[in-house]
Design a protein around this ligand. Structure first.
Ligand code: HEC
Length: 120
């Protein structure tokens, strides 16, 4: 009898620990990130993957040589804007620049942002 009482108490304690663990976990980071704790994660520059994205999504306005046309030149954008600014601009768009957060994955936006940011 005593054994059963102990077993019940122990399993309730276990259950409580699991509930606490699940509800106590920090909230998952939402995309797009909020302005305050906003930092683009460090990725290695992947020029090849970025060019793929660029060719399918950006080339029409920013040109094959990055000198612009429908949009501004991006050849030296890394010395004009921070990585965070580029990320936000590509995600949310601005003026005639379309927003890409619904069309590209977060990973793709980080990839192209990291590459653009390396263009000094
Ligand atoms: C429909 C045309 C169009 C497409 C497609 C486009 N852009 Fe743009 N982009 C613009 C325009 C126009 C601006 C200037 C926005 C403004 O009014 O501030 C701009 C601005 C920018 C800027 C900031 C330049 C600066 O000097 O401030 C970056 C960075 C940029 N675009 C990156 C991209 C990337 C990356 C893609 C592809 C994922 C892309 N753009 C696709 C039109 C476009």
């Amino acid at each position: 009898m005593y054994k059963w009482v102990m077993a019940t108490i122990v399993s309730f304690a276990g259950l409580l620990a699991v509930i606490l663990l699940l509800t106590g976990l920090p909230e998952k980071t939402e995309f797009p990130l909020q302005d305050h704790d906003f930092i683009v994660p460090e990725y290695a520059v992947d020029a090849e993957a970025s060019m793929q994205i660029y060719k399918s999504r950006c080339i029409s306005c920013h040109a094959a040589d990055l000198k612009g046309g429908g949009g501004p030149a991006l050849e030296h954008i890394g010395s004009v804007l921070t990585k965070e600014q580029i990320y936000k601009l590509v995600s949310n768009g601005r003026g005639r620049m379309p927003a890409f957060k619904e069309r590209l994955s977060e990973e793709e936006i980080i990839t192209i942002t990291t590459w653009l940011s390396s263009l000094q």
